[in-house]
Design a protein around this ligand. Structure first.
Ligand code: CTP
Ligand code: CA
Length: 228
């Protein structure tokens, strides 16, 4: 979809999108990270700006992506930095979308100096739980604000990806949850997404396989409906 063909239905709205993967420092030169490219969050930010929104993009580590035009970009590293930036940006916003891949855990201590392999036993890697930023944003949600989460789910012995997505939607309490079915090399580092857009109101929209820009359009369609 060309930007100039998009509706201007987000004009006058302020939206916040997180993108990329957090990096959790272990020592001054090392971190725990993940493979998120940030492409979906960037597509969400770009499409929202094209539809007239004022957009703040809170970007953790991403692939080498150019800043979307006419978007305010705030760069963060760790989950704790992302959390602070999201809470600040969410104040007064009409919609908040958590597309970032937030590390569930961080090293429970940041070593002041580079960890050396001088002992015979490798040192244990102790982890601390990161806050659930999406759950916090839902708890802090202002009247009328729409909060959107993302989930990449695989099927397992307890259920298929849609089943896990429904459970996650109710656990998180957000208004919308984008569920991507993963496995077989889908979703990570590939251009296409497919899955479901689940609403807290019980609506379930199947998302055809398509570009991240197309998925972004589907998400903003649902957000615009809820803001109207
Ligand atoms: N998320 C968040 N803060 C965290 C972890 C996740 O805000 N500490 C957000 C993600 O940005 C995403 C949504 O929550 O929008 C779902 O992330 P996911 O990792 O699927 O959920 P978890 O609750 O961490 O569950 P899981 O054990 O399946 O990883
Ligand atoms: Ca997680």
């Amino acid at each position: 979809e060309r930007g100039d063909a998009l509706p201007r239905d987000l004009a006058g709205r302020r939206v916040v999108v997180s993108a990329g993967g957090t990096r959790e420092a272990l020592d001054p030169v090392r971190y725990l990270g993940n493979r998120s490219s940030g492409r979906q969050g960037y597509a969400l930010a770009r499409v929202a700006a094209q539809r007239g929104a004022h957009v703040t993009l809170v970007a953790a580590h991403t692939a080498d992506l150019g800043d979307p035009a006419a978007v305010d970009v705030v760069r963060v590293g760790s989950a704790l930095e992302l959390r602070d930036a999201m809470h600040a940006a969410a104040k007064g916003a009409d919609a908040v979308v958590m597309a970032a891949a937030v590390a569930d855990f961080r090293p429970d201590a940041l070593a002041a100096h580079k960890i050396k392999k001088d002992g015979s036993e490798p040192p244990p890697l102790r982890l601390a739980l990161n806050p659930d930023i999406l759950v916090e944003l839902v708890a802090a949600r202002e009247p009328g604000q729409v909060v959107v989460g993302f989930a990449a789910e695989t099927g397992d012995e307890t259920g298929d990806p849609l089943h896990h997505g429904r459970a996650k939607l109710s656990r998180k309490g957000c208004d919308l949850l984008v569920v991507n079915a993963v496995g077989d090399g889908r979703a990570f580092e590939v251009p296409d997404n497919a899955g479901w857009l689940l609403g807290a109101d019980g609506t379930e929209l199947e998302l055809e396989s398509g570009s991240k820009a197309l998925l972004a359009s589907r998400v903003w369609d649902a957000v615009a409906t809820r803001l109207a």
